[in-house]
Design a protein around this ligand. Structure first.
Ligand SMILES: [Zn+2]
Length: 136
């Protein structure tokens, strides 16, 4: 994909607000980074391009927090509704940390390590877009 946006966190969030999970791929060693990096930590080169990830992956780790920050408490998370996060290995290889959700108060209840997940995007209207993964 051709896009001339800077390889910054701000550009990454702008893509998320457009419902695109974007990373940067190093053209020299072909490694993909999600979230994007402006310099390749493998070969230290800056020959990178934007690349869209499919948003499909599998769950490799998860945990939940019953004690949450004030902003998450304002969203209703806490002891009665734990905030569940996981590490998802995208089909393209990179691992991302994101909220897990399956529409129940305890998001871990039916999720299993190795399960296929699909990304969705939330908080698009709050200028703080973030990833959430749900069962595929
Ligand atoms: Zn590289």
């Amino acid at each position: 994909m051709s896009d001339d946006r800077a390889f910054t966190d701000q550009s990454y969030k702008a893509f998320l607000s457009e419902k695109q999970l974007m990373g940067t791929r190093c053209n020299d060693c072909e490694v993909l980074f999600v979230p994007p990096r402006g310099l390749c930590p493998t070969c230290h080169g800056d020959n990178l391009n934007w690349e869209q990830a499919s948003g499909q992956g599998r769950l490799v780790a998860m945990t939940q927090m019953a004690m949450v920050s004030p902003d998450l408490a304002a969203e209703g998370y806490g002891g009665g509704r734990p905030y569940c996060i996981g590490v998802v290995e995208l089909h393209e290889g990179p691992r991302v940390v994101a909220r897990l959700d399956q529409g129940k108060p305890d998001a871990r209840a039916d999720l299993e390590i190795g399960q296929d997940l699909q990304v969705e995007f939330e908080h698009l209207d709050r200028h703080k877009p973030r990833l959430v993964f749900r069962p595929a």
